[in-house]
Design a protein around this ligand. Structure first.
Ligand code: HEC
Length: 148
């Protein structure tokens, strides 16, 4: 009898430890898009450190710009219906004003490609201008479609 209780508790304890982690997982579509945007945000910070704060890694701007282009390419269907619920800053207008949201996404993708081309060209001023343009395209979507 005692042995049964013992082995039962062995079986239950790992479940209790794992359960809260699973409960916090939330909506995978939200986690997916936030993960991609975080990666994009990381690349933007790194580019800023090089172009504006003079960190000595000029050659890496191409890598970071490529990272942003790739990340945007792999957004996939990141805003499926129902992913307005949960731990998200996505505003409901994303699903009601789809055309405008898609257009702002395309603008940002175009600006990311322009930054990549500029970085490959190697001219710092042109690259800086393209970086600022991309930053504006992020902001124009966040202003309308991301809550603070
Ligand atoms: C077409 C619209 C759009 C564009 C363009 C866009 N974002 Fe966002 N971004 C969003 C939305 C919506 C969210 C909120 C996602 C959520 O919480 O579910 C977000 C969230 C984020 C986050 C927070 C991620 C997290 O972990 O919660 C970062 C960082 C971010 N964006 C950076 C950027 C950067 C940098 C760019 C430009 C290079 C950019 N975004 C371009 C719409 C956009």
């Amino acid at each position: 009898m005692r042995k049964t209780i013992f082995s039962l508790s062995i079986a239950v304890i790992p479940f209790l430890l794992v359960a809260p982690v699973l409960a916090d997982e939330g909506n995978p579509a939200i986690i997916h898009r936030q993960g991609i945007y975080s990666a994009v945000g990381g690349h933007m910070k790194a580019i800023k450190s090089i172009l504006l704060l003079e960190f000595d890694a000029a050659k890496d701007v191409t890598f970071h710009a490529q990272g942003i282009v790739d990340a945007f390419t792999h957004m996939g269907n990141s805003f499926p219906p129902g992913s307005d619920k949960g731990e998200t800053k996505a505003k409901p207008e994303i699903w009601t004003d789809k055309d405008k949201f898609a257009q702002l996404g395309k603008n940002a993708f175009g600006a990311a490609n322009d930054l990549l081309k500029a970085a490959q060209g190697g001219d710092k001023q042109i690259t800086l201008a393209a970086f600022k343009k991309l930053g504006e395209s992020c902001k124009s979507c966040h202003d309308d479609f991301k809550s603070k």
